[in-house]
Design a protein around this ligand. Sequence first.
Ligand code: TMP
Ligand code: ASP
Length: 236
Amino acid sequence: MEKRQELYRGKAKSVYETDDPDHYIMLYRDDTSAFDGKIIKQLERKGRTNNHFNFFIMKKLEEAGIPVHVEEMISDRECVVKKLKMVPVECVVRNVTAGSICKRLGVKEGLELEHPTFEFFLKNDELHDPMVNDSHILAFGWGTQEQIDTMRSMSFKINGILKELFDKANLILVDYKLEFGLYKGEIMLGDEFSPDGCRLWDKDTKKKLDKDRFRQGLGEVIEGYEEVARRIGCPL
Ligand code: TMP
Ligand code: ASP
């Protein structure tokens, strides 16, 4: 497959067109962003770590019946993905309270939720990703009711698969963000799943092993990601 021009440059990844009209090449850079791009730093090994991590998780999800965009890893930092038309919302599932829900609802960090929550956020850095609901998605034509229902049910199905996978590695899957897109009319999981877009804590010590290490200036950010990869058996 021939890599052609850069089509889109996000905060941490770049998307390239290819000679194949149905596929892109996704490049994982070392750029690490927080607070909607307010802070951006280069972290050594990050692109490689997230590419391997994402590939490993996406393949596990695919084996469990989730349609995913990732097809093949072609280098340490690149993979071939299906060309999706992205739904411009982020789907967040929470098992334990942390981050924005604590501020929004005035609850402390670390409360185990009786039932996982599901929230939509509009993907818009300038507006700081405001929370939206089904009716906004319908009103602005970002998706249909069927697509909304599919994104919600797939997000919960993914929760069951990944909670178990991380639990076996003595990790708590606190929360995570997913992005979906359409491929030939079908909703499919896109973007990435890596410690950049989820929270993972050690079960015993509650040590943070995800991007909160970067957001909170805790240090050893990539070392945290590598620790998670090692525990779940993901080759780096
Ligand atoms: P939040 O607590 O900031 O709402 O984030 C919940 C989870 O979703 C957390 O693991 C980080 C992830 N997330 C992103 O990776 N990018 C985003 O833009 C948002 C809103 C959340
Ligand atoms: N992913 C968002 C950003 O890069 C939000 C965050 O992680 O804090 O700015």
